[in-house]
Design a binder for this molecule. Sequence first.
Ligand code: SF4
Length: 310
Amino acid sequence: MENNYLFGPVPSRRLGISLGVDLVPFKTCTLNCIYCECGKTTNLTVERKEYVPVREVLDQLSAYLNNEPELDYITFSGSGEPTLHSKIGEIISFIKENYPQYNVAVLTNGNLLPLESVRKQLKNADLIVPSLDAASEEAFQAINRPHSSLVCKDIISGLIQFREEFTGEISLEVFIVPGINTTEKELELLKTAIQSVKPDNVQIGTLDRPGTESWVKPASDEEMKKVAARLEHVEVITDFNSRKKVASFSEDMQQEIMTTVKRRPCTVKDLADILNSTVAEINKYLQVLLEENKIECEQQNRGNFFKAKK
Ligand code: SF4
């Protein structure tokens, strides 16, 4: 079977109806974040290359977009870092030249923005959503567990440089981990870094379902309010239910996931393989099922296993 590099469209709080494009194999990333909802990074790398064949991605995009689907965004995201793909720029340009009616978003950890080649390749996108969870090397190592070649201050410089060159929207995301990036010192450094980057907006979030490490706990509403007040001009993200209200949420897929995890506990990767989907898409459904208390998550050696609640 041919690999499918597109997923969704999925309804997203921020992006409306969004068609996902997944350009790297499962958990190929420059980071191994303690909160990653896709599990541990199995290929920790900074090597940029054509991880999946561009020709196949373009063919799949054409086949899909020629039907003129109703979409708000085409979004590069998935189960790894999309800017690791050396030809992401070519794919973005292809969309903008042939299907200019669609907006393009890139969800990235921003680690490769110090590279001029990466900044140039992203210039035709409409929206970039980089994350920045730490502004000190210590917190960066603790939360993001980066590839050994990455340095926190260089990444912040890359973000600043990108802001100077990029004319589209930059929406910065900060993931709050209580006790690590919530100290007075870390928040002060983060605030200064955000002020230097000058994103169009900043959103802060915290754990809403099991991450890679079970000891990572969500920040309380009160803590989130304090952090927001300290960082200033940031939006706290709390509502993760909106996707259920959108028509394209597939009740069938939800049912298939339930049927599968009733038979045996599965990782998100198992589910993606069994249901011929992608990790990113399965994750959207798992989030809703967890919120509805229909499934639970258990951490085992091979990762987080989801099973139906009795
Ligand atoms: S959260 Fe994003 S940046 Fe962090 S390990 Fe997961 S995929 Fe990589």
